[in-house]
Design a protein around this ligand. Structure first.
Ligand code: F6P
Length: 327
């Protein structure tokens, strides 16, 4: 028989993502619905170490489902990587009589949560909130859909001016270690090529693709470059292409952090709401050291160690059709 939960703590950590607020709201309301109190912890693990807690109730999370960012703020905590930092964090949880912790974030967040529960036995539940979509155990992470929609909207605008001037644009999108945003947005915007770390495309290959399309009278093109691509980012790719191929005038746009902000899409709001409720229900059932995910429309719990280790591979069909459709 699992111990009755009386109070849980919730925090957001790492890079923020649109939909984190919807997840916080769902956690608080599902907890209150089940007679469990909730403390919000500010600024991720740093706030846990400093003791920056605040009781949340159903009204404190009103009208946040539509807001980007995170009302709890976020941080990438260096101190939580230390034994001393985690000791302080645990002391604070004990003092506040918190029985379990929900962490909303990505890879780094879950690495910390996994070590923490191994050291102190406090139940932890992860909710995947990152625009990068690079976690195993869920079809989509919270924020990925909104971020890709932001990219698509921006690239559609760039396309207009690229067309008017017969230019080749290199557009850099986020994803230090993952090409999910690049691939998805590349398909949706009809990019001529997508450069990402998971499947290398050399400058020679890229020039080959550009030459072939010029033969069929293509006058302007968009190349999407993932931040983590091995060729060194959009400016570097543009420079290398310019050195050897003068068919087009080129321009570079780095989209940067606009991809992390803004109103969450309907998809991300619903995803976050489902995950928030399932996270609380999972803790009530006695689950710990796991990440809630949704695979094939079904809630699933994956051990944190697997979620962070097993890199979620790019969809092979998407990789294939991106090539077929860009000719
Ligand atoms: O949160 C993920 C992410 O946006 C990556 O795509 C990107 O590489 C990184 O965070 C940027 O981090 P920061 O906001 O700390 O510059």
């Amino acid at each position: 028989m699992t111990k009755k939960l009386r109070k849980i703590g919730v925090l957001t950590s790492g890079g923020d993502s649109p939909g984190m607020n919807a997840a916080i709201r769902a956690v608080v309301r599902a907890a209150v619905y089940n007679d469990i109190e909730v403390d919000g912890i500010f600024q991720g693990y740093d706030g846990l170490i400093r003791g920056d807690f605040k009781r949340l109730n159903v009204r404190s999370v009103a009208k946040i489902i539509e807001r980007g960012g995170t009302i709890l703020k976020s941080a990438r905590s260096e101190e939580f990587r230390t034994v001393e930092g985690r000791r302080k964090a645990f002391e604070n949880l004990k003092e506040r009589e918190i029985d379990a912790l929900i962490t909303i974030g990505g890879n780094g967040t879950f690495t910390g949560a996994h070590i923490f529960t191994e050291e102190y036995g406090i139940p932890v539940m992860g909710i995947p909130g990152t625009i990068d979509n690079d976690l195993y155990g869920t079809d989509s992470t919270i924020g990925f859909d909104t971020a890709t929609n932001t990219v698509v909207e921006a690239v559609d605008k760039i396309r207009d001016t690229a067309n008017s001037h017969n230019r080749l644009f290199f557009v850099e999108v986020m994803g230090r270690d993952s090409g999910f945003i690049a691939l998805r947005a590349g398909i949706a915007t009809g990019a001529i090529a997508v450069l990402l770390s998971e499947e290398e495309m050399s400058i020679d290959d890229l020039i080959g693709v550009l030459e072939k399309s010029a033969e069929s009278n293509k006058t302007s093109s968009i190349v999407i470059v993932a931040e983590g691509d091995a060729n060194g980012g959009a400016y570097e790719v543009a420079r290398k292409v310019n050195e050897r191929y003068a068919q087009y005038e080129t321009r570079v746009t780095v989209l940067g952090h606009i991809q992390r902000g803004g109103t969450p899409s309907c998809w991300d709001r619903v995803l976050a709401s489902r995950m928030g409720v399932a996270a609380v229900e999972g803790l009530i059932e006695g689950r710990t050291d796991v990440m809630i995910g949704i695979c094939n429309d079904i809630e699933t719990y994956t051990p944190l160690s697997e979620a962070i280790k097993e890199k979620f591979r790019l969809n092979k069909t998407e990789l294939r059709i991106a090539k077929i459709l860009s000719i």
